[in-house]
Ligand binder design. Sequence first.
Ligand code: NAD
Length: 339
Amino acid sequence: MNVLVTGGAGFIGSHYVKELLRADDVARVTVLDALTYAGHRENLGEALLDPRLTFVEGSVVDAALVEQVMAGHTHVVHFAAESHVDRSLVRGALSVQTNVLGTQILVDAAYRHQVQRFVHASTDEVYGPLTTGAATEDDPLRPTVPYAASKAASDLIALSAYRTYGLPVCVTRSSNNFGPAQYPEKIIPLFVTRLLRGEPVTVHGRGEHMRNWLHVSDNCAGIDLVRRGGTPGEVYNIGGGTDLTSRELSGELLRLCGADWDSVRYIPDRRANDIRYAMKWDKIANQLGYEPQRDFHEALSDTVEWYRRNRDRRAPLTPTSGITRQHAISDTTQEPQHV
Ligand code: NAD
């Protein structure tokens, strides 16, 4: 199998590439990554030394490059995206360009090159907020924020390539991932990097936003089950076993970082901050044998340890870095934080 991984220098993509290279039947892995602020070659670590790996720096919206890179690949796993909600609030057009147009360009090239399986990595955020119950794969898509809307659009683009041309596409929708080497703008790495430096952290609203937490290795395992055995045209939710409000999660992180509640500032809620996401993931469990392996508390502790050991590896964000003043649409966007 020759596998093209887009966004393979990002958080989930780099874990996935390492997982792929552990498989004997994977002959070649190509990473296509634009190395945006979120992509770092070093995330791939020793995988960069593996002769089966080729790294191509470039964008999924560069159709000529995608056409060239796609040649010879049997499988595509598509992670490349603008993945941060707050950034999408101020740069919605970039989310659409990368997430929607990029997906269309990839499926077009994958069809031309007769790829055997195309896995599109998506998110539970496409279902929108649920006050009760849990979304199944057949539920309507009701995204709230531009990021989620662009992911929902890209899911539909990917599935349309199956329905129209028979390209063997599967879509995975996972909940909030955490683990080593996540860029410190999402809540866990942002809080950990700040708390370890003795800096305060901010919680939106009253900290009641509920999210499901999934260790990145479990998501990668689920995605690989889908790549290997998923039914073309199908969507698979991938969740973990732990649901926490942002206040509950903050408490865990404070404890693990040796800080207390004095480090927490409550700020007005972000625009359109969905109160709760929830999904059922019986389909991938029953059909493909998926079962999350990592215990949440142990995995969170390991993650904090990773940031403790890699303090200097990447500068934590300052409140406004990466989001320019002229793009800021509310004070709450100055505190990049996505739960
Ligand atoms: P990330 O932001 O850490 O990484 C994104 C990667 O895509 C980076 O390496 C970046 O350089 C690359 N990229 C961005 N624009 C590109 C372009 N135009 N061409 C090529 N590469 C480009 O994101 P992540 O957290 O690893 O998420 C990966 C995928 O999984 C995304 O599609 C995201 O929507 C989805 N997802 C993430 C989560 C989560 O909790 N992190 C949950 C569900 C789904």
